[in-house]
Design a protein around this ligand. Structure first.
Ligand SMILES: *Cc1c(COP(=O)(O)O)cnc(C)c1O
Length: 442
């Protein structure tokens, strides 16, 4: 049932910077939008991206030997959390149904964050487009050729630019520099020092702004537009980024099947993903919906200090929604999620698909970070820890409980469910920085 009165109630809670749960009143059964959404991003588009990543696998393996176990395919593990599950149950005073896994994108090879999916994909595609256009490569070639001096020298005439709060910059910077491109990363004030240092060490030009993410993106876009040989990775609009993320879904299905888990309405999948501008969670949710349909329930999680994706969808203002217009500051410790306005492309794609959203206080991110480290010795960054608020509130918040009733998620079905916490970043965090996180109490 559409419940728009509740929608405005949630918006009031957001303006008061209170933790809340929003159930999406615009969500439709997947069959109703399957064909329409196909017009924008089709299964064939996603398959095309899968094939492109396979073509580049020999190149990735050559440049990043740590991926050789997977033959140059950058993919993360699915790890069951048993100790953390018990500790979370104590912490949030409720039982967490089903099996709980963490999708370890926090430990993706090369860049240590979910940005290894969309970011790397988009730059590879751009490099391939240029090389094809100039007759330097053929789709049937071995793409190890991209590591040769000839193509590197050719690509060094071109520039790649991006605006970032940190992780996207790391991913675009590393892959672009590896291919030979000139790179300029436009960093917002939220970006952590260690991320900028790491990029500069790799010879990447980092421009810093004393302003927020939207400003850094606008600067990058404007500079790039002036140079015909420059390509801008546009996190606020990019369809290629979105498709790169969507590739995760089929691979996850295979991992679940290897673990003997076949998703269906009797064994549903519940997924929690931290959201910034929306590309990563949106692309992954979209891919999952195409693979699992109504058997997957996707929830995004954002900081109470920057719930821009939620506002973009709930108000249907899309890219025009800005947290500042709701009296929300946008300055959160979750640097990866500090985007004051969402991607309008993603809010539109998600309007009829995402199940809902949870918001979380910054202070809790560090509590969850400690609990996870003590329970499982897993190190993820604060932004990633937002997911734990999702899984706890799913059983404690009244609106989420009603969502379960309305969607056939009875106790029995939920006990059979697979819940996935999507860890989005962390493995590159330096030891001393992680130590500070462990000791941060807000
Ligand atoms: C980028 C990022 C996200 C969210 O991705 P968006 O595409 O900005 O929504 C979440 N967590 C981490 C650690 C990130 O780097």
């Amino acid at each position: 049932m559409m419940n728009f009165e509740e929608n405005s109630c949630v918006i009031r809670e957001l303006s008061a910077c209170k933790e809340t749960c929003w159930i999406n009143p615009y969500k439709l059964p997947f069959d109703m939008i399957k064909s329409v959404s196909e017009l924008v991003v089709s299964d064939a588009d996603i398959e095309d991206a899968e094939a492109r990543l396979l073509r580049f696998a020999p190149f990735i393996q050559k440049c990043f030997p740590e991926t050789s176990g997977e033959q140059g395919v950058i993919e993360s593990k699915l790890r069951e959390l048993s100790v953390m599950k018990e500790n979370l149950e104590k912490e949030c005073g409720c039982s967490i149904p089903g099996k709980v896994f963490m999708k370890m994108d926090s430990h993706l090879a090369v860049v240590g964050s979910i940005k290894a999916r969309g970011g790397i994909y988009e730059v590879l595609k751009h490099a391939e487009d240029l090389a094809l256009k100039h007759g330097l490569i053929d789709e049937s070639d071995n793409y190890e050729k991209f590591a040769d001096e000839k193509i590197r020298k050719f690509l060094s005439e071109y520039t790649v630019q991006v605006g970032s709060t940190g992780n996207l910059g790391l991913s675009i910077g590393i892959i672009s520099a590896t291919l030979g491109f000139k790179v300029k990363i436009h960093m917002s004030a939220d970006a952590k020092q260690w991320k900028k240092d790491m990029l500069r060490e790799k010879g990447v030009e980092v421009l810093e702004y004393a302003d927020d993410y939207s400003y850094a993106v606008a600067q990058g876009r404007a500079q790039s537009d002036k140079d015909p040989k420059s390509y801008f990775v546009d996190d606020e609009k990019s369809v290629d980024l979105f498709i790169g993320y969507a590739v995760a879904a089929k691979r996850l299905k295979e991992q679940l099947e290897e673990a003997g888990l076949k998703i269906s309405s009797e064994k549903p999948l519940v997924v929690y993903i931290p959201a910034g501008v929306g590309g990563a969670p949106g692309g992954i949710c979209y891919g999952l919906k195409r693979v699992f349909g109504d058997a997957v329930h996707c929830f995004f999680v954002e900081p109470v200090l920057c719930p821009s994706l939620l506002l973009g969808i709930a108000t249907q203002k899309h890219e025009k929604a800005n947290v500042h217009d709701f009296g929300i500051c946008g300055n959160t410790e979750a640097d990866g999620l500090a985007c004051a306005s969402p991607s309008g492309f993603v809010t539109r794609m998600m309007t009829n698909l995402v199940s809902g959203e949870f918001t979380v206080d910054d202070a809790k991110l560090y509590d969850y970070l400690r609990l996870l480290y003590e329970s499982e010795r897993i190190r993820i960054e604060p932004s990633s820890c937002a997911v734990f608020e999702g899984i706890c509130s799913f059983r404690t918040h009244n609106r989420a409980r009603r969502y379960c009733v309305d969607n056939g998620l009875t106790e029995n079905v939920l006990n059979n469910a697979v819940q996935i916490l999507w860890a989005t970043g962390g493995s590159l965090v330096p030891d001393d920085v992680f130590e500070t996180y462990l000791n941060t109490y807000l």
